[in-house]
Design a binder for this molecule. Structure first.
Ligand SMILES: NC(=O)c1ccc[n+]([C@@H]2O[C@H](COP(=O)([O-])OP(=O)(O)OC[C@H]3O[C@@H](n4cnc5c(N)ncnc54)[C@H](OP(=O)(O)O)[C@@H]3O)[C@@H](O)[C@H]2O)c1
Length: 297
């Protein structure tokens, strides 16, 4: 059975490289052709990945048993708008975007499809357009977004395990998505605004002043959304992640430095929007959201 990877960037090519051992893999990007990349694994070994790539709207290969979506959050709905109407509704589609909001938008647009969401701590980056670096092993946690996906979640997790990714199911997946969202909301925007690696954040006066009220805001919004999250535990978790990933340049800072749009709408922007919907104040999230937006403009 074939797999489809929509969004052949760092994460997509990493997953495609492993899934290829289980069957054919086709990429869906912005244009068609053969995609050749060098994948460098953590132990230093290199694999050459040559996969067919098709553009949006082209006929899908058959039979398909899994669609992995690895576009950035802001590109996801557009990437799926031509593809999903042509896909049998029974094929599981795993959304792997960071942040929140894009997954729910896709689920609202295609409620009859078998949609799942994942949060992953696998790390991949592209030091050059034709090179992917597996920067860190992690865990992929996935669960259903639409009712028909519930029975398929264990099968999808098993397929990812067979491909070599430590994976497990979680229900409700929103709890895990919120957990990752909250940590990203406490790190990514600060690194972009202060132009520094994760490990330098705890020494920055701006971070020190805003992190406590930020964690309180995030916990209050999460609780209003029915998600259990404690402000003090989140604060500690953010500091731990900063220490553990001290040398990392966050994806938001990388995007800003490269002049690409960031995922801020789906991180602090999403939390500020949820706060408004619940009648809560979230001035720190709003300020971080606006600050990153201004950087980009
Ligand atoms: N990289 C990681 O380690 C990692 C870890 C956890 C989560 N994530 C999340 O995973 C998602 C992908 O991250 P990434 O680092 O892999 O980003 P990326 O390298 O920018 O890859 C995104 C890919 O999507 C393609 N794309 C954009 N619009 C498309 C469309 N309409 N149709 C098909 N393809 C389209 C892009 O093509 P172009 O190059 O032509 O724009 C690019 O190849 C993000 O939400 C990120 O936060 C990433």
């Amino acid at each position: 059975m074939d797999s489809l990877v929509v969004g052949p960037g760092a994460l997509g090519l990493l997953f495609a490289a492993r899934l290829r051992a289980l069957g054919n893999v086709t990429l869906v990007g912005r244009k068609s052709g053969l995609q050749q990349s060098q994948v460098q694994w953590q132990d230093g070994t290199l694999s050459t990945l040559v996969l067919p790539q098709q553009g949006p709207g082209e006929a899908l290969p058959e039979p398909l048993d899994l669609v992995l979506v690895t576009t950035k959050a802001g590109d996801t709905l557009q990437a799926l708008s031509l593809l999903l109407p042509a896909l049998p509704q029974s094929v599981p589609v795993l959304l792997m975007q960071n942040g929140m909001g894009s997954q729910q938008t896709v689920a609202r647009a295609f409620p009859g499809h078998c949609l799942l969401a994942a949060t992953t701590t696998e790390g991949a980056n592209r030091p050059a357009p034709d090179r992917v670096l597996h920067a860190g092993h992690g865990e992929t946690c996935l669960g259903p977004l639409t009712p028909s996906a519930a029975s398929l979640a264990p099968w999808v997790a098993q397929k990812l395990r067979q491909a070599g990714f430590y994976s497990r199911t979680s229900h409700p997946i929103e709890q895990d998505l919120w957990g990752k969202l909250a940590v990203n909301a406490g790190i990514n925007a600060f690194t972009a605004l202060l132009d520094c690696p994760n490990g330098v954040l705890p020494e920055q006066p701006d971070f020190q002043q805003r992190i406590t009220p930020l964690c309180r805001e995030i916990a209050a919004v999460a609780q209003a959304e029915g998600v259990s999250l404690q402000a003090e535990a989140l604060h500690q978790q953010i500091l731990t992640v900063c220490a553990r990933t001290a040398g990392n340049i966050s994806s938001m800072l990388q995007d800003h430095r490269a002049g690409r749009s960031t995922e801020i709408d789906y991180i602090n922007g999403y939390i500020a929007q949820c706060a408004r919907a619940h009648g809560l104040a979230a001035p720190v999230n709003q300020a971080l959201f606006e600050g990153v937006k201004q950087l980009h403009s």
